[in-house]
Design a protein around this ligand. Sequence first.
Ligand SMILES: Cc1ncc(COP(=O)(O)O)c(C=O)c1O
Length: 389
Amino acid sequence: MSRDPIRPEIRELELSGIMKIATRALGDPDVIPLWFGESDVVTPDFVRQAAVRALGEGRTFYSFPRGVPELRGAIRRYLARIYGVDVHPDRIHVPGSTMLTVTIAGQCLLEPGAEIVLIGPYWPNIRNVARVCGARVVEVRLEEGPERWWLDVDRVAAAIGPRTRALYVNSPSNPTGWVASGDELAALVELCRRHGIGLISDEVYHRHVLDDPGGVAPSVLPLVGDDEPVFVLNGFSKAWAMTGWRLGWMVAPKSLVEPMAVLCECNNTGATTFAQWGGIAALEEGEGFVRDFVARCAANRDLVMEILGTHPRVHLLRPAGAFYAFPRIEGVGDSLAFCRQVLERAKVGIAAGYTFGEGNESHVRLCFAIAPERLRTALERLRAELERR
Ligand SMILES: Cc1ncc(COP(=O)(O)O)c(C=O)c1O
Protein backbone atom coordinates (compact mmCIF):
# COMPACT_ATOMS: atom_id res chain seq x y z
CA MET A 1 0.00 0.00 0.00
CA SER A 2 1.31 3.44 -0.81
CA ARG A 3 2.08 5.87 1.99
CA ASP A 4 -0.71 8.26 3.03
CA PRO A 5 0.47 11.70 1.93
CA ILE A 6 -1.77 13.39 4.48
CA ARG A 7 0.10 14.14 7.74
CA PRO A 8 -1.07 12.00 10.66
CA GLU A 9 -1.52 15.16 12.79
CA ILE A 10 -4.13 16.29 10.29
CA ARG A 11 -5.95 12.96 10.10
CA GLU A 12 -6.18 12.94 13.89
CA LEU A 13 -7.84 16.36 14.24
CA GLU A 14 -11.26 16.16 15.87
CA LEU A 15 -14.05 18.65 16.39
CA SER A 16 -13.91 20.32 19.79
CA GLY A 17 -16.36 19.54 22.58
CA ILE A 18 -18.00 22.85 21.68
CA MET A 19 -18.60 21.99 18.03
CA LYS A 20 -19.53 18.35 18.74
CA ILE A 21 -22.53 19.64 20.68
CA ALA A 22 -23.33 22.70 18.57
CA THR A 23 -23.38 20.95 15.18
CA ARG A 24 -26.26 18.78 16.47
CA ALA A 25 -28.65 21.66 16.93
CA LEU A 26 -27.27 24.83 15.31
CA GLY A 27 -30.15 27.08 14.34
CA ASP A 28 -32.76 25.04 16.27
CA PRO A 29 -35.14 27.76 17.59
CA ASP A 30 -36.08 25.67 20.66
CA VAL A 31 -32.50 25.54 21.89
CA ILE A 32 -30.95 28.37 23.92
CA PRO A 33 -27.35 28.41 22.76
CA LEU A 34 -24.72 29.09 25.42
CA TRP A 35 -22.04 27.05 23.65
CA PHE A 36 -20.11 29.66 21.65
CA GLY A 37 -18.13 32.60 22.93
CA GLU A 38 -20.41 35.36 21.80
CA SER A 39 -23.38 37.41 22.84
CA ASP A 40 -26.64 38.00 21.00
CA VAL A 41 -25.81 41.71 20.68
CA VAL A 42 -25.37 42.94 17.12
CA THR A 43 -22.21 44.97 16.46
CA PRO A 44 -22.95 48.60 17.44
CA ASP A 45 -24.36 50.76 14.71
CA PHE A 46 -21.51 53.29 14.57
CA VAL A 47 -19.12 50.42 13.78
CA ARG A 48 -21.37 48.97 11.09
CA GLN A 49 -21.85 52.41 9.55
CA ALA A 50 -18.10 52.95 9.34
CA ALA A 51 -17.75 49.73 7.33
CA VAL A 52 -20.73 50.68 5.15
CA ARG A 53 -19.06 54.03 4.44
CA ALA A 54 -15.84 52.22 3.53
CA LEU A 55 -17.78 50.01 1.13
CA GLY A 56 -19.45 53.11 -0.35
CA GLU A 57 -16.00 54.60 -0.91
CA GLY A 58 -15.04 51.48 -2.86
CA ARG A 59 -12.62 50.01 -0.33
CA THR A 60 -12.98 46.55 -1.81
CA PHE A 61 -9.42 45.92 -2.99
CA TYR A 62 -6.38 44.06 -1.70
CA SER A 63 -4.65 46.19 0.84
CA PHE A 64 -1.64 46.06 3.14
CA PRO A 65 -1.30 42.44 4.34
CA ARG A 66 -0.33 43.68 7.83
CA GLY A 67 -3.38 45.93 8.00
CA VAL A 68 -4.16 49.38 6.62
CA PRO A 69 -1.96 52.07 8.18
CA GLU A 70 -5.05 53.93 9.44
CA LEU A 71 -6.11 50.93 11.57
CA ARG A 72 -2.61 50.15 12.78
CA GLY A 73 -2.30 53.80 13.79
CA ALA A 74 -5.62 53.59 15.66
CA ILE A 75 -4.41 50.44 17.46
CA ARG A 76 -1.20 52.22 18.44
CA ARG A 77 -3.19 55.13 19.92
CA TYR A 78 -5.57 52.72 21.67
CA LEU A 79 -2.70 50.80 23.28
CA ALA A 80 -1.12 54.08 24.39
CA ARG A 81 -4.44 55.15 25.92
CA ILE A 82 -5.23 51.94 27.81
CA TYR A 83 -1.75 50.77 28.82
CA GLY A 84 0.37 53.93 28.59
CA VAL A 85 2.83 52.29 26.19
CA ASP A 86 3.99 53.51 22.80
CA VAL A 87 4.15 50.48 20.51
CA HIS A 88 6.14 50.95 17.32
CA PRO A 89 3.88 50.44 14.25
CA ASP A 90 6.35 47.81 12.93
CA ARG A 91 5.20 45.60 15.79
CA ILE A 92 1.47 45.87 15.10
CA HIS A 93 -0.10 43.41 12.63
CA VAL A 94 -3.69 42.84 11.55
CA PRO A 95 -3.64 39.58 9.57
CA GLY A 96 -7.38 38.81 9.89
CA SER A 97 -9.07 37.28 12.94
CA THR A 98 -7.63 36.94 16.44
CA MET A 99 -7.73 33.21 15.71
CA LEU A 100 -5.31 33.83 12.87
CA THR A 101 -2.94 35.69 15.20
CA VAL A 102 -2.89 32.54 17.37
CA THR A 103 -2.04 30.46 14.30
CA ILE A 104 0.73 32.83 13.23
CA ALA A 105 2.23 32.99 16.73
CA GLY A 106 2.26 29.17 16.68
CA GLN A 107 3.94 29.17 13.27
CA CYS A 108 6.64 31.50 14.60
CA LEU A 109 7.46 29.48 17.72
CA LEU A 110 6.57 25.82 17.20
CA GLU A 111 8.20 23.13 15.12
CA PRO A 112 7.65 19.35 14.98
CA GLY A 113 8.85 17.78 18.22
CA ALA A 114 8.68 21.06 20.17
CA GLU A 115 6.58 21.45 23.30
CA ILE A 116 4.28 24.26 24.33
CA VAL A 117 3.07 24.76 27.89
CA LEU A 118 -0.59 25.72 28.05
CA ILE A 119 -2.05 27.20 31.18
CA GLY A 120 -5.36 25.43 31.53
CA PRO A 121 -8.23 25.02 31.50
CA TYR A 122 -7.67 26.54 28.05
CA TRP A 123 -9.56 27.33 24.86
CA PRO A 124 -9.24 24.21 22.65
CA ASN A 125 -8.15 25.98 19.47
CA ILE A 126 -4.69 26.69 20.88
CA ARG A 127 -4.16 22.96 21.33
CA ASN A 128 -5.13 22.36 17.72
CA VAL A 129 -2.77 25.07 16.49
CA ALA A 130 0.05 23.35 18.39
CA ARG A 131 -0.87 19.96 16.95
CA VAL A 132 -1.04 21.27 13.40
CA CYS A 133 2.51 22.59 13.92
CA GLY A 134 3.53 19.08 15.06
CA ALA A 135 4.20 20.25 18.61
CA ARG A 136 3.33 18.48 21.85
CA VAL A 137 1.11 20.12 24.43
CA VAL A 138 2.04 20.16 28.13
CA GLU A 139 -0.74 21.34 30.40
CA VAL A 140 -0.54 23.17 33.70
CA ARG A 141 -3.98 23.50 35.18
CA LEU A 142 -4.85 26.54 37.30
CA GLU A 143 -5.62 25.71 40.92
CA GLU A 144 -9.37 25.51 41.48
CA GLY A 145 -10.52 27.25 44.63
CA PRO A 146 -11.49 27.47 47.32
CA GLU A 147 -12.48 31.05 46.43
CA ARG A 148 -11.15 31.54 42.92
CA TRP A 149 -8.95 30.10 40.21
CA TRP A 150 -5.27 30.88 40.78
CA LEU A 151 -1.90 30.22 39.23
CA ASP A 152 0.93 28.29 40.83
CA VAL A 153 3.92 29.69 38.94
CA ASP A 154 6.23 27.00 40.37
CA ARG A 155 4.18 24.35 38.60
CA VAL A 156 4.57 26.23 35.34
CA ALA A 157 8.33 26.38 35.90
CA ALA A 158 8.41 22.63 36.57
CA ALA A 159 6.61 21.94 33.27
CA ILE A 160 9.30 23.65 31.18
CA GLY A 161 11.76 21.16 29.72
CA PRO A 162 14.50 21.04 27.07
CA ARG A 163 11.97 20.84 24.22
CA THR A 164 9.75 23.68 25.45
CA ARG A 165 9.60 26.52 22.96
CA ALA A 166 6.63 28.51 24.19
CA LEU A 167 4.16 29.25 26.94
CA TYR A 168 0.55 30.19 26.25
CA VAL A 169 -1.49 32.18 28.72
CA ASN A 170 -4.98 33.58 28.22
CA SER A 171 -6.19 36.20 30.68
CA PRO A 172 -9.00 37.03 31.25
CA SER A 173 -9.51 33.36 30.67
CA ASN A 174 -11.83 31.35 28.52
CA PRO A 175 -13.27 29.19 30.11
CA THR A 176 -12.59 29.93 33.80
CA GLY A 177 -12.93 33.71 34.03
CA TRP A 178 -9.58 33.87 35.85
CA VAL A 179 -7.89 37.27 35.55
CA ALA A 180 -4.12 37.19 36.02
CA SER A 181 -2.66 39.91 38.23
CA GLY A 182 0.16 42.11 36.94
CA ASP A 183 2.51 40.23 39.31
CA GLU A 184 1.46 36.83 37.94
CA LEU A 185 2.06 38.02 34.37
CA ALA A 186 5.43 39.48 35.38
CA ALA A 187 6.40 36.12 36.90
CA LEU A 188 5.50 34.36 33.63
CA VAL A 189 7.48 36.89 31.58
CA GLU A 190 10.49 36.34 33.87
CA LEU A 191 10.13 32.57 33.57
CA CYS A 192 10.12 32.77 29.76
CA ARG A 193 13.19 35.02 29.80
CA ARG A 194 15.04 32.67 32.12
CA HIS A 195 14.35 29.67 29.91
CA GLY A 196 14.70 31.46 26.58
CA ILE A 197 11.22 30.49 25.41
CA GLY A 198 8.52 32.44 23.61
CA LEU A 199 5.37 33.76 25.23
CA ILE A 200 1.94 33.92 23.63
CA SER A 201 -0.34 36.14 25.68
CA ASP A 202 -3.92 35.92 24.44
CA GLU A 203 -5.64 39.04 25.71
CA VAL A 204 -8.78 38.99 23.56
CA TYR A 205 -10.99 39.45 26.69
CA HIS A 206 -8.88 42.39 27.92
CA ARG A 207 -11.93 44.63 28.44
CA HIS A 208 -14.06 42.01 30.19
CA VAL A 209 -13.14 42.80 33.77
CA LEU A 210 -16.51 42.08 35.33
CA ASP A 211 -16.09 44.07 38.53
CA ASP A 212 -14.83 47.10 36.62
CA PRO A 213 -16.88 47.74 33.46
CA GLY A 214 -14.85 50.10 31.27
CA GLY A 215 -11.63 48.91 32.92
CA VAL A 216 -8.78 46.94 31.40
CA ALA A 217 -7.16 43.70 32.59
CA PRO A 218 -3.40 43.60 33.24
CA SER A 219 -1.38 42.95 30.08
CA VAL A 220 2.12 41.69 29.39
CA LEU A 221 2.58 44.52 26.89
CA PRO A 222 4.00 47.09 29.34
CA LEU A 223 6.32 44.41 30.77
CA VAL A 224 8.26 43.42 27.67
CA GLY A 225 10.86 45.02 25.45
CA ASP A 226 10.42 45.81 21.74
CA ASP A 227 12.14 42.71 20.49
CA GLU A 228 11.51 39.97 23.01
CA PRO A 229 9.95 36.76 21.64
CA VAL A 230 6.53 37.72 22.97
CA PHE A 231 3.28 37.78 20.97
CA VAL A 232 0.44 39.77 22.48
CA LEU A 233 -2.83 38.84 20.79
CA ASN A 234 -6.02 40.81 20.80
CA GLY A 235 -9.07 41.53 18.67
CA PHE A 236 -12.44 43.09 18.15
CA SER A 237 -14.74 40.07 18.60
CA LYS A 238 -15.37 40.20 22.31
CA ALA A 239 -15.21 43.82 23.54
CA TRP A 240 -17.06 45.31 20.57
CA ALA A 241 -19.38 42.36 19.70
CA MET A 242 -17.69 41.82 16.33
CA THR A 243 -17.31 38.03 16.19
CA GLY A 244 -18.39 37.74 12.56
CA TRP A 245 -15.98 40.41 11.32
CA ARG A 246 -12.91 38.20 11.77
CA LEU A 247 -10.72 41.07 12.84
CA GLY A 248 -7.90 41.00 15.37
CA TRP A 249 -4.38 42.27 15.91
CA MET A 250 -1.09 41.15 17.35
CA VAL A 251 1.94 42.90 18.77
CA ALA A 252 5.04 40.95 17.76
CA PRO A 253 8.83 41.36 18.14
CA LYS A 254 10.10 44.34 16.18
CA SER A 255 12.76 42.48 14.22
CA LEU A 256 10.05 40.23 12.72
CA VAL A 257 8.41 42.95 10.66
CA GLU A 258 9.36 41.42 7.32
CA PRO A 259 8.60 37.77 8.22
CA MET A 260 5.30 39.00 9.67
CA ALA A 261 4.44 40.69 6.39
CA VAL A 262 5.06 37.36 4.64
CA LEU A 263 3.06 35.37 7.20
CA CYS A 264 0.15 37.81 6.97
CA GLU A 265 0.33 37.49 3.21
CA CYS A 266 0.53 33.72 2.96
CA ASN A 267 -2.09 33.06 5.64
CA ASN A 268 -4.77 35.50 4.50
CA THR A 269 -3.28 38.36 2.46
CA GLY A 270 -4.65 40.75 5.03
CA ALA A 271 -7.88 41.28 6.88
CA THR A 272 -11.04 42.21 4.95
CA THR A 273 -10.35 45.74 3.81
CA PHE A 274 -13.66 47.50 4.55
CA ALA A 275 -14.00 45.68 7.90
CA GLN A 276 -10.85 47.46 9.05
CA TRP A 277 -12.69 50.78 8.97
CA GLY A 278 -15.21 49.31 11.36
CA GLY A 279 -12.28 48.44 13.61
CA ILE A 280 -11.09 52.04 13.64
CA ALA A 281 -14.57 53.25 14.69
CA ALA A 282 -14.71 50.61 17.46
CA LEU A 283 -11.39 51.77 18.92
CA GLU A 284 -12.09 55.47 18.61
CA GLU A 285 -15.77 55.69 19.54
CA GLY A 286 -16.44 52.45 21.40
CA GLU A 287 -15.82 53.20 25.09
CA GLY A 288 -19.50 53.73 25.96
CA PHE A 289 -20.47 50.49 24.27
CA VAL A 290 -17.71 48.51 26.00
CA ARG A 291 -18.72 49.85 29.42
CA ASP A 292 -22.41 49.01 28.97
CA PHE A 293 -21.69 45.61 27.43
CA VAL A 294 -19.34 44.54 30.22
CA ALA A 295 -21.80 45.84 32.83
CA ARG A 296 -24.47 43.62 31.28
CA CYS A 297 -22.11 40.63 31.37
CA ALA A 298 -21.37 41.36 35.03
CA ALA A 299 -25.08 41.40 35.90
CA ASN A 300 -25.48 38.14 33.97
CA ARG A 301 -22.57 36.64 35.91
CA ASP A 302 -24.45 37.46 39.11
CA LEU A 303 -27.55 35.76 37.72
CA VAL A 304 -25.52 32.61 36.97
CA MET A 305 -24.13 32.63 40.51
CA GLU A 306 -27.62 33.07 41.94
CA ILE A 307 -29.46 30.44 39.90
CA LEU A 308 -26.82 27.84 39.08
CA GLY A 309 -24.09 28.58 41.62
CA THR A 310 -26.42 27.91 44.55
CA HIS A 311 -27.35 24.38 43.44
CA PRO A 312 -25.87 21.90 45.94
CA ARG A 313 -24.25 19.78 43.21
CA VAL A 314 -22.73 22.73 41.36
CA HIS A 315 -19.26 23.97 42.32
CA LEU A 316 -18.83 27.28 40.61
CA LEU A 317 -16.08 29.79 41.31
CA ARG A 318 -17.22 33.34 40.63
CA PRO A 319 -15.76 34.38 37.26
CA ALA A 320 -13.80 37.63 37.51
CA GLY A 321 -13.40 38.15 33.77
CA ALA A 322 -14.47 37.15 30.24
CA PHE A 323 -18.09 35.91 29.96
CA TYR A 324 -18.06 32.24 30.84
CA ALA A 325 -18.98 30.09 33.81
CA PHE A 326 -17.07 26.83 34.19
CA PRO A 327 -18.77 24.86 36.95
CA ARG A 328 -17.87 21.39 38.15
CA ILE A 329 -20.99 19.31 38.52
CA GLU A 330 -21.03 16.56 41.08
CA GLY A 331 -22.10 13.23 39.61
CA VAL A 332 -20.94 14.09 36.08
CA GLY A 333 -18.04 11.97 34.85
CA ASP A 334 -18.52 12.25 31.10
CA SER A 335 -18.99 15.89 30.22
CA LEU A 336 -19.83 15.24 26.56
CA ALA A 337 -22.60 12.75 27.41
CA PHE A 338 -23.95 15.18 30.00
CA CYS A 339 -24.02 18.09 27.52
CA ARG A 340 -25.79 15.90 24.95
CA GLN A 341 -28.38 15.02 27.54
CA VAL A 342 -28.87 18.66 28.54
CA LEU A 343 -29.30 19.58 24.89
CA GLU A 344 -31.87 16.87 24.30
CA ARG A 345 -33.87 17.21 27.48
CA ALA A 346 -33.46 20.83 28.58
CA LYS A 347 -32.86 22.39 25.15
CA VAL A 348 -29.86 24.32 26.38
CA GLY A 349 -26.58 24.22 24.45
CA ILE A 350 -23.47 24.13 26.63
CA ALA A 351 -19.88 23.03 25.96
CA ALA A 352 -18.29 19.87 27.35
CA GLY A 353 -15.51 20.44 29.89
CA TYR A 354 -13.13 17.73 28.61
CA THR A 355 -12.37 19.86 25.57
CA PHE A 356 -10.70 22.53 27.74
CA GLY A 357 -7.86 20.21 28.78
CA GLU A 358 -7.07 17.61 31.41
CA GLY A 359 -9.03 17.43 34.65
CA ASN A 360 -12.26 18.89 33.31
CA GLU A 361 -14.46 15.82 32.74
CA SER A 362 -16.92 16.95 35.38
CA HIS A 363 -17.05 20.53 34.11
CA VAL A 364 -19.17 22.33 31.55
CA ARG A 365 -18.77 25.77 30.06
CA LEU A 366 -21.58 28.15 29.45
CA CYS A 367 -21.39 31.61 27.92
CA PHE A 368 -23.46 34.16 29.83
CA ALA A 369 -23.27 37.08 27.38
CA ILE A 370 -26.84 36.72 26.06
CA ALA A 371 -29.94 38.76 26.96
CA PRO A 372 -30.71 38.38 30.70
CA GLU A 373 -34.26 37.09 30.22
CA ARG A 374 -33.12 34.31 27.90
CA LEU A 375 -30.20 33.53 30.15
CA ARG A 376 -32.56 33.22 33.11
CA THR A 377 -34.74 30.75 31.18
CA ALA A 378 -31.67 28.72 30.18
CA LEU A 379 -30.37 28.63 33.75
CA GLU A 380 -33.74 27.59 35.13
CA ARG A 381 -33.95 24.79 32.58
CA LEU A 382 -30.45 23.68 33.52
CA ARG A 383 -31.28 23.73 37.20
CA ALA A 384 -34.44 21.73 36.60
CA GLU A 385 -32.41 19.18 34.62
CA LEU A 386 -30.01 18.83 37.54
CA GLU A 387 -32.92 18.23 39.91
CA ARG A 388 -34.25 15.54 37.60
CA ARG A 389 -30.99 13.56 37.44
C1 LIG B 1 -9.16 32.74 24.26
C2 LIG B 1 -9.55 33.08 22.88
N1 LIG B 1 -8.62 33.50 22.02
C3 LIG B 1 -8.91 33.82 20.75
C4 LIG B 1 -10.20 33.71 20.27
C5 LIG B 1 -10.46 34.01 18.83
O1 LIG B 1 -11.15 35.18 18.66
P1 LIG B 1 -11.69 35.64 17.24
O2 LIG B 1 -13.09 35.20 17.15
O3 LIG B 1 -11.58 37.13 17.29
O4 LIG B 1 -10.84 35.04 16.20
C6 LIG B 1 -11.20 33.27 21.12
C7 LIG B 1 -12.58 33.10 20.63
O5 LIG B 1 -13.44 32.55 21.26
C8 LIG B 1 -10.88 32.95 22.46
O6 LIG B 1 -11.82 32.53 23.33
